[in-house]
Design a binder for this molecule. Structure first.
Ligand code: GUN
Length: 331
């Protein structure tokens, strides 16, 4: 049996509040043989807090006559992409931002897509531009991403913004998923400073930018970072040294098992896998890359799937769009 004291400190400083929660989360009473259960790092309350901060920033922009605007472009009819694009438009509108969703058929020519981006680059009502990936095979993704004005590149996929992340220049943007993970770590009272962060996955969307962000000489980072990937040898030997383990490899449900982590680890699960489940009306349930039930007995804190990183990503995109609008106003 184990006990845990959950107390929320309602102080004026939200970051402080989470730190206090975490300290108390770590207070557990139990015998040595008793399995511990990790505290949950849930995305929704953190995302709600950030939305509240954004509403204030949006209100200040509106007082100056600026409504932050986000244009989302989707080429083709991929069902998952359609859902993401709808969610991004809805999230913009809920915050009182201007939202433009542009849907084009799968055979939309690359040249026309580039011209469409030129138009959005020149449109003063649009502060953020996002072209949903993946694009159909006849379109060169890199050509498209570099066409977006870096000042409107709220996805942070343009090489200028990628470079700024690497050199720690905060005048650019950070991609939504890594940005959300950094925010979750800090606001849940698990700051990366001095920790060994092991990232599973080297994608341009999550693994690589996250590594660059967390290794910066910066109070929000200062981590020792190791990236592992599909060709890494002795993976479990490395993951067992992680103070913070971030799984973003898309390796499949329950890839990260309890024997791969050390006691007291903080686990961030970016995985999203469909697991057949006859008891669900959809016939499947969502699961991350981590064997949640087993790992939570060893971890200090862990994100659930769904309900962990997922709710953070769209709100961080909104934050980038608000930042883009603020920067344009200052120019
Ligand atoms: N497809 C999957 N994730 C993303 C993302 O973060 N941005 C864009 N543009 N496309 C995606």
């Amino acid at each position: 049996m184990s006990y845990r004291l959950d107390i929320t400190f309602h102080g004026p400083h939200q970051q402080f509040r989470y730190r206090i929660e975490h300290l108390l989360f770590s207070v557990r009473i139990g015998s040595r043989d008793d399995p511990m259960t990790a505290s949950l790092i849930e995305g929704k309350p953190i995302a709600d807090e950030i939305r509240k901060e954004l509403r204030e920033r949006i209100a200040r922009l509106k007082e100056k006559g600026v409504v932050p605007g986000l244009a989302v472009v989707l080429v083709g009819e991929d069902a998952a992409s359609q859902t993401y694009v709808r969610m991004k438009g809805k999230a913009s509108e809920e915050l009182g931002m201007y939202s433009q969703t542009i849907l084009k058929p799968i055979n939309f020519p690359e040249e026309e897509l580039l011209r469409l981006i030129d138009g959005l680059n020149a449109d003063p009502t649009v502060h953020g531009i996002l072209v949903q990936l993946p694009l159909p095979p006849h379109i060169d993704e890199r050509k498209v991403l570099v066409r977006i004005d870096p000042r409107k590149d709220v996805d942070a996929f343009h090489p200028i913004n990628v470079g700024k992340i690497l050199i720690g220049d905060h005048s650019g943007f950070m991609p939504a998923t890594p940005y959300g993970i950094q925010e979750m770590l800090i606001r849940s009272g698990n700051p990366p400073t001095g920790k060994h962060v092991v990232i599973l996955g080297r994608s341009n969307i999550v693994g690589k930018p996250l590594a660059a962000m967390l290794m910066q000489k910066d109070e929000r980072a200062n981590a020792t970072v190791t990236i592992c990937h599909s060709k890494t040898r002795n993976l479990a030997d490395i993951t067992r040294t992680a103070d913070i383990l971030i799984s973003a490899m898309g390796a499949g449900a329950a890839f990260v098992t309890a024997d791969m982590v050390k006691p007291g680890v903080v686990v961030i699960d970016v995985g999203s896998n469909r697991v057949p489940d006859k008891s669900s009306p959809r016939g499947y349930r969502l699961a991350g890359d981590v064997d949640f039930e087993a790992v939570k007995l060893k971890a200090l804190a862990i994100t659930p799937v769904p309900g962990g990183v997922g709710p953070m990503t769209i709100v961080m995109l909104m934050r980038n769009t608000v930042k883009a609008a603020e920067m344009m106003l200052e120019q």
